[in-house]
Design a protein around this ligand. Structure first.
Ligand SMILES: Cc1cc2nc3c(=O)[nH]c(=O)nc-3n(C[C@H](O)[C@H](O)[C@H](O)COP(=O)(O)O)c2cc1C
Length: 432
C-alpha cells in the first residue's frame, strides 16, 4: 500500500526516457561527472573504475557520466586523471562493462583542462588567450595562447577520444564545456580575446566545440549518444543569454542528445554552493541552483539534464513534472549514497545525505575539501567498500595533496604515475 502511494507520488522519477539517439533511460536519475583520480600509473583506467561504476549502476541511476577523461596527456585536470589512450582499450572496455553489468548506460566525459591544468604538472598551461592565471590556492600558472595548429590538434584529439569510447563499448561521450576547462574558455569573451577564426564573434568562439561535435557525428553512428555540459557562470556577461540560446540551437542541429546544465568554475565555485549572481534567491532557497538558467535555454530535439543541488525526492519530482528538466543530475549525493535512486524508486522519501563541508572563508580551500573528501569515498567504492561518512576531512585533503604531488612529480620525471588509488587506510573524524 505504502509502496503504491509512494510510486504514484514519485512517478516521474520512474518514467523511462528516450533520447534522440535511441538510448532509453529506465528512470530519470543520472550520475553527473565526478573526477575519480583512479588512473593507473600509465594514465589508463585502473580496475577500480569498473568496480566503482558497477556499484553506481547497482544503486539505480540509469545513466552514468564518467569523470573527465583527458584528451591530451599533458594538460590533465589532475595528475591522477585518466587519459584517452588508444593502447588501453581493454581497460576502457572493462570500465564500460562494469556499468553495463549493473544495468546502466555509461557516457565518457571527455575534456581538456586548458588553463586549469595544475601548476604541479605544467608551469604554463594553454588557453585561447594569454590571460591571467586562475587564482585558486596558487595552483595554476598564467596560460599562453594556443597556436591555431594546436587548436586543430586538440579538436582531432577530442574526436579520437570519442572514437575510443565508441570502440570500447561506451554508450556515448559528453563534451565538457563547463567549469572553466578549455572548451568553456573558448566560448567566453572574458577568457577568449583572440582575433583569428577562433575568437571574436560567437560563431568563432563556439567553433572548437561545434567542430568537435560535427566531426564526431560524421565519424560515428547516430546511435552514439552525444552530450554537452554547459555552465551558467560562463554566460554571465553582457549578451551571454543570447549567446547560450544561439549555441544550444547550433548544438541541436548537429544532433545533440543530452544537454547538461550546471554552473561554477574554480574561481567561482558555485557548483558546490549555489552562490552566484546568476542564481536567484528563490532558486537557492529551493534546490537545484541552475534551474532558472536552464529555463532560459531554448528546447529542441535534445533532452535536458540539470545538475547541482538536487536533494529532496519531492523537489526532483516537481522539477520533472513541471518540465523544468528531463533528467535529474546528481554527483555528491550519489557519492555519499550510491543507492539513493534505488531507495527513492522503492518509495523512500528521505532527502539525499551530503557532506557537511569545511568551515572556511576560503573558496579554494572549501572546494579542495569537497573534492578530496568525495574522492576518498570514490576510492572506497573502487575497492568494493561502502562510503564512510566519518572520513576525516583533514585526512582526505592531506592524502589528496600528497598523492597528487607524487604523481605529478612522477609524470614530470617521465615515469608517469607511481601511485593510483590511496594505499593508506583512512583516518576518520573522532565525532560523527
Ligand atoms: C569529487 C567531484 C568531482 C567532480 N568532477 C567533475 C568532472 O570531472 N567533470 C564535471 O563536469 N563535473 C565534475 N564535478 C561536478 C559535478 O558533476 C556536479 O556538477 C556538481 O557536484 C554539482 O552537483 P551536486 O550538487 O549533485 O553534487 C565533480 C564534483 C565532485 C564533488
Amino acid at each position: 500500500m505504502t509502496t503504491e502511494r509512494s510510486f504514484v507520488f514519485f512517478h516521474m522519477l520512474n518514467v523511462p526516457l528516450a533520447l534522440p539517439n535511441g538510448t532509453i533511460l529506465s528512470n530519470r536519475f543520472a550520475k553527473s561527472a565526478t573526477s575519480e583520480c583512479l588512473a593507473d600509473r600509465t594514465g589508463a583506467p585502473s580496475a577500480g573504475l569498473a568496480a566503482l561504476y558497477r556499484r553506481f549502476a547497482e544503486g539505480g541511476a540509469s545513466l552514468l557520466i564518467t569523470g573527465n577523461v583527458m584528451v591530451d596527456a599533458v594538460h590533465l585536470e589532475n595528475p591522477r586523471a585518466v587519459v584517452a589512450r588508444a593502447d588501453a582499450s581493454d581497460a576502457f572496455r572493462s570500465w564500460a562493462d562494469g556499468a553495463h553489468e549493473g544495468g546502466a548506460a555509461i557516457v565518457m566525459q571527455i575534456s581538456h583542462a586548458g588553463r586549469q591544468t595544475p601548476r604541479m604538472l605544467t608551469a604554463v598551461p594553454v588557453a585561447p588567450s594569454a590571460i591571467e592565471a586562475v587564482h585558486v590556492l596558487k595552483s595554476f600558472g598564467a596560460p599562453r595562447a594556443l597556436a591555431p595548429s594546436e587548436i586543430e590538434e586538440i579538436r582531432d584529439a577530442f574526436v579520437r577520444a570519442a572514437v575510443l569510447a565508441h570502440e570500447t563499448g561506451f554508450d556515448g561521450v559528453q563534451l565538457h564545456a563547463a567549469h572553466g576547462y578549455l572548451l568553456s574558455t573558448f566560448m567566453s569573451p572574458k577568457t577568449n580575446l583572440r582575433t583569428d577564426q577562433w575568437g571574436g564573434p560567437r560563431e568563432n568562439r563556439a567553433r572548437l566545440l561545434l567542430d568537435v561535435m560535427t566531426s564526431i557525428r560524421a565519424r560515428l553512428p547516430r546511435s552514439f549518444l552525444l552530450s554537452v555540459k554547459l555552465n551558467s557562470t560562463d554566460f554571465d556577461y553582457d549578451g551571454g543569454l543570447e549567446d547560450v540560446s544561439w549555441l544550444v540551437r547550433e548544438l541541436d542541429v548537429r544532433g545533440l542528445d543530452l544537454l547538461e546544465v550546471s554552473g561554477g568554475t574554480y574561481e567561482n565555485p558555485v557548483l558546490f554552493s549555489g552562490e552566484s549572481s546568476a542564481v536567484r534567491e528563490s532558486t537557492r532557497r529551493r534546490e537545484a541552483y541552475f534551474l532558472d538558467f536552464a529555463a532560459s535555454i531554448p528546447r529542441g530535439s535534445f533532452r535536458l539534464m540539470v545538475t547541482g543541488g538536487f536533494r529532496t525526492p519531492e523537489f526532483m519530482n516537481e522539477a520533472l513534472t513541471s518540465e523544468a528538466t528531463d533528467v535529474i543530475g546528481l554527483a555528491r549525493p550519489l557519492i555519499v549514497n550510491p543507492d539513493f535512486p534505488r531507495d527513492v524508486l522503492r518509495g523512500k522519501k528521505a532527502p539525499a545525505e551530503s557532506f557537511a563541508g569545511l568551515a572556511t572563508r576560503s573558496k579554494g580551500l572549501g572546494s579542495l575539501a569537497v573534492n578530496a573528501w568525495h574522492v576518498a569515498q570514490l576510492h572506497r567504492m573502487a575497492r568494493n567498500e561502502n562510503p564512510n561518512p566519518r572520513i576525516s576531512t583533514a585526512w582526505a585533503i592531506a592524502t589528496y595533496l600528497i598523492l597528487s604531488a607524487l604523481c605529478a612529480a612522477a609524470i614530470r620525471m617521465g615515469a608517469r604515475r607511481v601511485l593510483s588509488a590511496p594505499l593508506l587506510t583512512e583516518r576518520t573524524d573522532a565525532i560523527g
